[in-house]
Write a protein that binds this ligand. Sequence first.
Ligand code: AHM
Ligand code: MG
Length: 320
Amino acid sequence: MTTFETFLEGQKANGLSGELIAVLAEIAQATRKISDTLKTSALDGLTGATEETNVQGETQKPLDILSNDILLDACRKVPSVSFAVSEELDAEVAIHAGGKYAVIFDPLDGSSNLDVNVTVGTIFSVIEAKTAQDILKTGRHQLIAGYAAYGPQTTLVLTTGKGVQIFTLNGDGIYVLTTADAKIVPEAKEFAINAARRASWDDVVAAYIEDAIDSGHNMRWVGSMVADTHRIFNRGGVFLYPADRNKPASGGRLRLLYEANPIGLLVEAAGGEAIIGDSKILDIEPTGLHQRVPVIFGSKAEVDKLAAAYGARVLEAAAE
Ligand code: AHM
Ligand code: MG
């Protein structure tokens, strides 16, 4: 049995610094706490919404705030953490003067699914950032990225750049390696998109979905990106949250720093592809902590079809 702790020892032998290992260990511990908190949340009165809204105007749930606090506490325990950035915080929070790593997170992704008892998750990313200005860099600079999915099982999925490892939490609170070097199959006839927003899709997405339906693809949409991602890790497929073509400046629904980038690094490390259209998610130069981007990722062959269609559109526009 390989536990998360054994894996960390191996990472040390492979050259991951003791400081980064400490960051990762505390994030994993925070996900254990969030997992425990979720299990009894209805019994503990932690349901419904609060009166608070976050910087993005979304109503916060008690569990959004609690999960955010658990992760902030985890950051404070590690002297090398310089800043924390969260979906639930207006701006970056300074953690330790002289720290070196920023921890960037969506504490509870898919929280509209909380009271429905459907899988939700924590998404996280670690980058080197000694100053607040260092935080805005492309996703290629991520040193660690991962998510925890809280469903029938709690699973921790992470990459330190090369390869993706999947751990499952056992009854004793120990993460056990259940899939080493996870890969996303290159082809799979399944897509995930919120079809209620069909009128706002651009022509590339509309044509792709029409073709996919005509060629017998299946559709799945959980509404928690972590859960939809986890399905793609297990059996492939493509996830799309495109920009609204009527409001292109809005960028899309999902946030670059703590949703698209960490998932993008994981997906690429597992042999998949992650794009915003004609460019890769990991190459986007961020302009703000809560910047939104269109998101398309999953099985390489499917995402490549979409990237090629966006590329052709760019060429056509240039020729006009
Ligand atoms: P959240 O981080 O506030 O939960 O928002 C992100 C979620 C994703 O998990 C999911 O893919 C998407 O928003 C669902 O959006 P919609 O309600 O438009 O289908
Ligand atoms: Mg989210």
